[in-house]
Design a protein around this ligand. Structure first.
Ligand SMILES: [Zn+2]
Length: 300
């Protein structure tokens, strides 16, 4: 089972609860949460098959239909980053069909994506016009470093988190950045809903983070947190309905809520109340880093 590399050896973990039939554990030292799932390179192949992008459930009902929303998301982050650095080279991990990477390129960034689903990476390259390589970040050969590595809603899916982050650190230029967007296990929503929180959906999701645990994992690899915030996010009605109906399936509330779902138009873009979602920007420490850490003054 997973062990945070910097908490070894012999760190205790506690069982929290079961979600989707898998135990969720918490590291007693750093509070990182992870699922009891045996993972290897084939894990990514089986979980992020074509069904993940078109099959609904915990994945996407139709990822390609959300193209313009996703491209706007890349543009949103391109604008966020302007405050901290000029555009440069980018590595986008978990690039899927390349829409978010395309948004970054429209803000002046240039680079490549990595995506474990072969159909998605081919679509990105052939139809969207961005260079997305087929593979996992844990295993794919990449022989250059980047100014920025973006990990938008992908870190919880790394099949080998320790190895993946070590590779990402090696692929980051000195003074380069990581932009991470992920769900906050310490948010009010997550703590209130416990196992019913939508992000507790193993085996596609394997890890649950907070700004503090990201700072901890990044810090062990020479990365310092320099900014964080909450994204404004919209999701399509179709995606919202798919997520909700998966969560209520076979539960007592199903009868009450399912008829109401039909009232949500598929194409409507719904503002997502993103209290449980955050972005965080880290910089690889070098003599040239001059940003003040947002954790340095003791504030979260
Ligand atoms: Zn730990």
């Amino acid at each position: 089972m997973f062990r945070c590399s910097q908490c070894q050896p012999g760190t205790q973990k506690k069982k929290l609860f079961k979600a989707e039939g898998y135990w969720i554990y918490e590291c007693s030292k750093c509070s990182h949460q992870f699922a009891d799932v045996q993972t290897n390179a084939e894990h990514a192949d089986s979980v992020y098959g074509d069904d993940y992008f078109v099959g609904g459930k915990a994945g996407y009902p139709d990822y390609v239909r959300d193209a313009s929303l996703l491209t706007k998301r890349g543009i949103y982050y391109g604008k966020v980053l302007q405050k901290y650095m000029p555009p440069g080279s980018i590595l986008d991990i978990g690039a899927a069909a390349g829409f978010i990477l395309k948004g970054f390129t429209q803000c002046g960034w240039q680079g490549i994506g990595v995506e474990p689903n072969a159909r998605m990476s081919a679509f990105a390259t052939n139809e969207v016009g961005v260079d997305v390589r087929h593979g996992t970040i844990e295993d794919l050969e990449i022989d250059r470093q980047f100014d920025l590595v973006s990990m938008i809603q992908v870190l919880p899916h790394f099949y080998d988190l320790n190895k993946g982050l070590e590779r990402v650190a090696a692929l980051t230029k000195p003074g380069g950045y990581w932009l991470i967007e992920t769900w906050n296990k310490d948010s009010r929503t997550a703590r209130f809903l416990k196992s019913a929180w939508h992000e507790y959906s193993p085996p596609s999701v394997l890890h649950w983070f907070s700004p503090k645990t990201i700072a901890f994992f990044g810090g062990a690899l020479g990365m310092k947190v320099i900014a964080r915030g909450r994204p404004t996010k919209k999701i399509s009605g179709a995606h919202a309905k798919s997520l909700i109906s998966y969560k209520i399936e076979n539960k007592p509330v199903d009868k009450v809520i399912r008829p109401l779902l039909r009232l949500i138009p598929e194409k409507l873009n719904i503002p997502y109340p993103a209290e449980d979602l955050f972005w965080i920007l880290l910089q690889k420490q070098s003599v040239h880093s001059n940003h003040k850490s947002v954790f340095a003054d003791g504030k979260e």
